[in-house]
Design a protein around this ligand. Structure first.
Ligand code: GLY
Length: 580
């Protein structure tokens, strides 16, 4: 592991089946707000704040801030705890992105610790001899695993910006893994839903199932003994053992024994990449978001720019005029995502053009107030060859430094594969590549050669850690989980806060829509008025009502310096602030 510091359809029936699987997957990823709403009230303070989708993780971040740690220390501690108590959505076997803001020079930059395809990966590795994509090959088991980057990224964050000793930052996660934690209701539901998979995997079963093979119910104590041993070693060795020492040997041996592709050399070659953010100005602020290999920033910012000139507040928050235009802008941006986005080390991604005046004007010029178009009408002139396993943390400290950090194992419980006796649940991020052009992945996303599998390449992501800076200071720290709905959910909560001036809690509770161009379906959360849904159908949208599948974690700094934050009610996280 080293740290790099340079910037830079198959038949229709099959397609429908796959779409259905995608939507089922989404349903498995996130639960109805009504069934699981146990969120805390938005909290306020001025001495620093942590928002995450786990109360235990938020507590760990606050513990670290209280001990004198800064935003980086708190974000790292929070993420490490997520990997223990919410491992279905985050963990050291995964990867992520962070946006870092330093008040001293008002500078924001992006940190890319995304998984990388192993050296032995190939463009057709998930296809059979007839060129058909093999169901499940890119999502289950060791071949679905990309070289994990999370530990390298967290270690970088701490090494560069942290104030407390590394072992102190690892301590809350180690303590919870070793001594146990009370199973939160959200984890209990994920255990019940994935019981069959957990039973097949002794390394997960030993931690998460009782002696009789039933899932640990909410309220019982869970210990992660093997993971505790691994965290102990990480507390002592930083990222060294995992990428070039004993842990690397154990991961590589388990991979080799069970048919995986990740080798010790892959681990040793892993690089964290520091990148410039993709940034725009929006109503007098600067909005920074994640550049490629995430599609999140470019899609989010293109849509924001398209909407900026429109009178959104006079349309109204849940108005057909606003939601129709939002859906249209999303269809254009997601069409561009599919056409041209991938790892910038392998494909030229025209980020500047994606958010340029010319593109924005072209998209706006295409808007028809009373109609939507067909799939071929979208994309801003690019040639088109034709709550998930993710978790977000928003942190700010008393000095105004901020971290927006999204980590992922991809789909719920990642690959479902644990590396030997390390307790490390590995990601299935290889599914974020295009297994074959035009064939949708687990999230229903399609793409082109720009996001084909290649050795050492990073799969295209939707993770969108985002920061809003006003007058040189942080105004909003935001991000989300939920596959491609990460982008649409982050975007809508951001608009709700900045344009509609909603309180963070009202913003995360407001009903949301989702459109990703393909499938050609506008998804609406259930509480939109039937008359509004009918009005959108009249404009030609095929609509679908679905439960919430995204979870946004947001904090807002008021003009008076007061911090207000909210964890999305779709998960059971909390926002907590320190009082001065
Ligand atoms: N694995 C989800 C994403 O990166 O978009």
């Amino acid at each position: 592991m080293s740290i790099l510091r340079s910037g830079p359809l198959r038949a229709a029936a099959d397609f429908r089946l796959r779409l259905r699987l995608c939507f089922n997957l989404w349903l498995g990823l996130a639960l109805p707000a009504t069934a699981e709403a146990a969120s805390s009230p938005a909290t306020s303070g001025t001495g620093g704040m942590v928002v995450s989708d786990s109360a235990l993780a938020t507590e760990a971040g606050i513990e670290i801030l209280r001990a004198g740690g800064d935003a980086a220390d708190a974000a790292v501690a929070t993420a490490l705890v997520l990997g223990v108590v919410q491992n279905f959505a985050s963990g050291l076997g995964g990867g992520g992105f962070a946006l870092v803001f330093r008040q001293t020079d008002s500078r924001a930059y992006a940190l890319d610790f995304r998984e990388v395809a192993p050296a032995a990966a190939s463009a057709t590795m998930f296809q059979d001899s007839a060129g058909l994509v093999i169901a499940g090959a890119s999502t289950r088991g060791p071949r679905a695993v990309g070289v994990p980057g999370e530990l390298a990224g967290l270690f970088f964050l701490h090494h560069r910006h942290g104030k407390l000793p590394w072992a102190q930052v690892v301590a809350p996660a180690l303590r919870l893994a070793r001594d146990g934690f009370v199973c939160p209701p959200l984890l209990a539901t994920r255990l019940e839903r994935h019981l069959a998979d957990l039973k097949l995997n002794p390394a997960l079963a030993v931690d998460f199932l009782t002696a009789t093979g039933t899932p640990h119910p909410s309220g019982t104590v869970i210990k992660r003994r093997a993971l505790a041993g691994t965290l102990q070693e990480i507390a002592r060795t930083g990222a060294d053992s995992f990428y070039r020492g004993a842990l690397a040997d154990r991961i590589a041996a388990a991979m080799s024994n069970e048919g995986g592709l990740v080798t010790r050399a892959d681990l040793e070659g892993y690089k964290v990449i520091e990148r410039p953010t993709v940034s725009i100005s929006y109503h007098g602020r600067t909005v920074h978001s994640m550049p490629p290999p995430s599609s999140g920033g470019a899609v989010l910012l293109q849509v924001l720019r398209v909407l900026e000139a429109l009178p959104l507040t006079s349309y109204g928050l849940s108005s057909v005029a606003y939601l129709h235009r939002l859906a249209e802008a999303l269809k254009h941006a997601f069409a561009d995502r599919a056409a041209v986005m991938g790892d910038p080390a392998f494909t030229e991604v025209p980020v500047a053009r994606l958010v340029s005046d010319a593109t924005v004007d072209k998209v706006r010029g295409h808007f028809r107030a009373y109609a939507t178009g067909s799939r071929a009408d979208y994309g801003a002139g690019f040639t088109l060859p034709l709550d998930s396993g993710t978790s977000h943390v928003s942190v700010i400290d008393a000095d105004g430094d901020a971290i927006s950090l999204t980590t992922t194992v991809n789909t719920t419980w990642g690959s479902g594969w644990v590396a030997g006796q390390t307790g490390l649940l590995m990601n299935n991020q290889m599914d974020d590549f295009v297994a074959k052009p035009g064939v949708p992945n687990a999230f229903g996303l399609i793409g082109t050669a720009a996001n084909a599998i290649a050795p050492f390449k990073r799969p295209l992501s939707s993770m969108s850690p985002t920061l809003v800076v006003r007058d040189g200071k942080i105004e909003v720290v935001i991000g989300a989980s939920g596959g491609p709905t990460i982008i649409t959910a982050t975007l809508q909560v951001l608009i709700d806060v900045l344009d509609f001036e909603l309180d963070p809690r009202a913003a995360v509770e407001a009903q949301r829509i989702h459109h990703q161009w393909v499938p050609e379906v506008l998804t609406l959360e259930p509480e939109f008025a039937p008359t509004l849904v009918d009005a959108l159908r009249d404009r030609g949208h095929t609509t679908r009502t679905d439960l919430r599948f995204s979870a946004v974690q947001v904090l807002v700094v008021g003009r008076d310096g007061r911090l207000r934050g909210a964890a999305d009610p779709s998960k059971q996280g909390t926002a907590a602030a320190l009082r001065p």
